[in-house]
Design a binder for this molecule. Structure first.
Ligand SMILES: [Zn+2]
Length: 109
């Protein structure tokens, strides 16, 4: 445990008081902790994060996931590599449809 010292404006202090009384029997430390946990849960989604791309050749005509451009069979495209992680960009489940990016979209990532 550590004692932290920080400054809040009056409105925030009132809000903290109100929330603490309503939900945590007046315990402000618990209230701040719950608020931070809630913030973390919303900011950094636990899920699948794209950590890189691997080249692939289109086995059939397919559209780029980002720009929607039509890609002919045989074009070199890039498939995302997913890993478990935490990020605001994390997605909850790996999409079941084919996901490929064209080279020009990849360059802007
Ligand atoms: Zn594209």
């Amino acid at each position: 445990m550590k004692r932290l010292n920080f400054t809040l404006d009056d409105e925030t202090v009132q809000l903290l008081d109100r929330l603490a009384k309503k939900y945590y029997k007046g315990n402000k430390s618990q209230t701040v902790r719950a608020a931070l946990e809630s913030l973390a849960a919303h900011q950094g989604h636990d899920g699948w994060v794209i950590t890189g791309y691997t080249p692939t050749r289109a086995a059939h005509d397919v559209n780029c996931h980002s720009c929607g451009s039509e890609q002919d069979e045989g074009n070199v495209l890039f498939k995302p590599v997913f890993e478990r992680g935490t990020s605001p960009a994390a997605i909850q489940s790996i999409p079941s449809e084919e996901w490929v990016e064209c080279p020009s979209c990849l360059e802007t990532k």
